[in-house]
Design a protein around this ligand. Structure first.
Ligand code: HEM
Length: 283
């Protein structure tokens, strides 16, 4: 690959990294917080393993892309540049590896504490990279990015954990949706508020939000977040009642809203991946 293809490669890598990081965080938190009942952890094992393996792959690629960017744009394995690249991405990469070990071993061995610590380590890995680190005075911004990503992970894994599969009877499904909503009702408004605050800080004010590519990408993200929050409220208010009253119809409605949510989350992940690779504050 020549240097010209690197920005696109970096963008694709960031989509993969964000997608698998959010799923690994989400599956770990659904186990740690009891959204998924303990005797159903077996079903989560394969999910968290695939998500964790995907994340490690894309994090390794991120390091290789940085080496190529520092070098001639085509040598991804230049060992002489590795120490320099590690200075930039080393701590974040180590936190991701610790996080994946915590998340997968927590789900596999039924340790909610290990799963929770794994999710927190993965969130912290995001706080150590990204534009918040480029601020003249980062202050609380890196911690806010980490908290934002941990809540986003909890939310993005919902279409998987709440999917009305045939192995999940109506009572267990309703209990799971209820347990998820108990946390979501407080966490999701916090995610959106943190996102708006970060967008305002990183874009450099309201005017820049509406006049830069970076700002418009974040506004697109805000739109997907608000619509997805609306769908979540519909799930909680109407669909749970429908599942109790008419399970077949209720389950079909839930499948539909979860599919719509998954589509919106994919759009949000693509938007933030573009905002943190192709575009940047003031562009
Ligand atoms: C739909 C739910 C959402 C998901 C899945 C999501 C996901 C993410 C992820 C993964 C990051 C870390 C990116 C990185 O550091 O590489 C991030 C950062 C960020 N998010 Fe969200 N987010 C969501 C909603 C929102 C909302 C509603 C806003 C409000 C405008 C927002 C604004 C931001 C900002 C400003 C950053 C920092 C970007 C940077 O470092 O340049 N997010 N988000």
């Amino acid at each position: 690959m020549t240097g010209d293809g690197l920005p696109l490669f970096q963008f694709v890598d960031r989509i993969g990294l964000n997608f698998f990081a959010l799923l690994t965080i989400g599956f770990a938190l659904h186990a740690a917080l009891g959204v998924v009942e303990r005797d159903a952890f077996k079903g989560l094992r394969l999910h968290v393993l695939i998500a964790g393996a995907g994340l490690v792959l894309f994090v390794a690629l991120r390091l290789a892309i940085l080496i190529a960017q520092m070098g001639d744009g085509s040598n991804f394995f230049d060992t002489e540049l590795l120490p320099l690249a590690w200075m930039g991405l080393g701590s974040s990469t180590l936190l991701v590896i610790v996080g994946v070990i915590g998340a997968t071993s927590g789900v596999w061995f039924g340790s909610r504490i290990a799963a929770a610590l794994g999710a927190i380590a993965l969130g912290a890995g995001f706080g150590l990279t990204g534009h918040s680190q480029g601020l003249a005075d980062p202050g609380l911004a890196p911690l806010m990015v980490a908290t934002h990503v941990v809540i986003a992970g909890f939310w993005v894994a919902a279409p998987f954990s709440l999917y009305p599969s045939s192995t999940l009877d109506d009572a267990s499904l309703l209990a799971r949706v209820h347990r998820f909503s108990v946390f979501a009702i407080a966490a999701i408004p916090i995610l959106i508020a943190l996102g708006i605050w970060l967008a305002w800080i990183l874009a450099g004010g309201i005017e820049k939000l509406f006049s830069t590519t970076y700002g418009l990408l974040l506004l697109a993200k805000l739109a997907t977040g608000v619509i997805a929050m609306g769908l979540g409220a519909i799930n909680k208010q109407f669909i749970t009642a429908k599942i109790a009253a008419a399970p077949a119809t209720g389950r079909m409605w839930l499948r539909t809203t979860l599919l719509l949510e998954a589509t919106l989350f994919t759009a949000a992940i693509i938007a933030v991946s573009a905002a943190t690779t192709i575009g940047g504050p003031s562009e």
